[in-house]
Design a protein around this ligand. Structure first.
Ligand SMILES: C[S@@+](CC[C@H](N)C(=O)[O-])C[C@H]1O[C@@H](n2cnc3c(N)ncnc32)[C@H](O)[C@@H]1O
Length: 255
């Protein structure tokens, strides 16, 4: 089987969202993932995911130049999933039953943890193959999750005043992706809580983040002998509003 044709295209060029898969391509991708990416337990989450293994032969599914991010456990998503599985949403946030959005969802690990906690979840990614994997992962865990093929939304995910939770695992690995994620987070009204999971990637804007919880996590490709990393869950800090300051301006920027 060759790569899924509808999934070809400049996906790794940030902001380009390829067309959705046809039903036949989707079936082909589902069959491939079920046959070649075994279900594995994800530590500290109670969840199982279809993950790449030696011999998965992902290049038979994913076109050259594209990255199957969805086939791996990313430490930022893992930190978020563990944060949620440990009951850290309990209290006013969970009581408000926020609609939950997992953006740049990949395998959907963080969103699935939120679904397991009883929240209603929409997971979005710009990679159509990620959405296929995500649905299979939801089914494998007996969970329901909505999926959308989309870039990071730069408008509010819910009408102002309605509570929502926005989850973003490992989205600061590339300057352009980081800029889009930042624009997305800053576009959200005060009723949206944005939680970020990260191990300190190059483009992580530390000055915008408030630490919530720490988790021992492994990075993709780490050899087993390597010590674990600190995976942090952060809350995205709102910019102070100043009269006349444009939305999104940093505090030390001239208005
Ligand atoms: C490093 S992976 C992390 C996946 C997942 N959040 C996790 O923690 O396991 C980054 C994800 O962001 C997605 N992504 C990159 N640029 C995007 C964009 N502009 N809009 C939506 N998703 C994007 C990729 O397809 C990929 O699934």
């Amino acid at each position: 089987m060759g790569p899924v044709p509808g999934a070809e295209g400049p996906l790794d060029r940030v902001g380009m969202t390829p067309p959705p898969l046809s039903p036949a391509q989707e079936r082909q991708a589902r069959t491939f993932i079920q046959a070649n990416l075994p279900l594995r337990e994800v530590p500290g989450t109670g969840l199982r995911l279809h993950l790449a293994a030696p011999g998965s032969g992902l290049r038979r599914l994913v076109p050259p130049g594209r990255s199957p991010y969805w086939a791996h456990v990313w430490p930022g998503g893992l930190a978020l999933a563990q944060h949620i599985a440990q009951g850290n949403l309990a209290g006013p946030l969970e009581d408000a039953r926020p609609e939950t959005w997992d953006v740049g969802a990949g395998s959907g690990l963080a969103g699935l943890a939120a679904a397991r906690a009883g929240l209603s979840v929409v997971a979005l990614d710009s990679d159509p193959l990620a959405l296929v994997a995500l649905q299979l992962n939801a089914e494998a865990n007996g969970l329901t999750i909505q999926t959308r093929l989309a870039g990071f939304p730069t408008t509010p995910v819910v009408p102002d005043g309605r509570p929502a939770l926005l989850l973003a695992g490992d989205v600061f690995y590339d300057a352009k992706v980081a800029a889009r994620a930042t624009a997305c987070f800053d576009a959200q009204p005060g009723s949206v809580t944005v939680l970020v999971g990260d191990i300190g990637r190059s483009y992580l804007p530390r000055h915008r983040l408030e630490r919530l919880s720490r988790h021992a996590v492994r990075d993709v490709g780490d050899p087993p002998s390597m010590p674990s990393h600190d995976g942090w869950v952060y809350r995205w800090a709102r910019l102070p509003t100043r009269k006349g300051a444009p939305r999104g301006a940093l505090p030390d920027e001239p208005a």
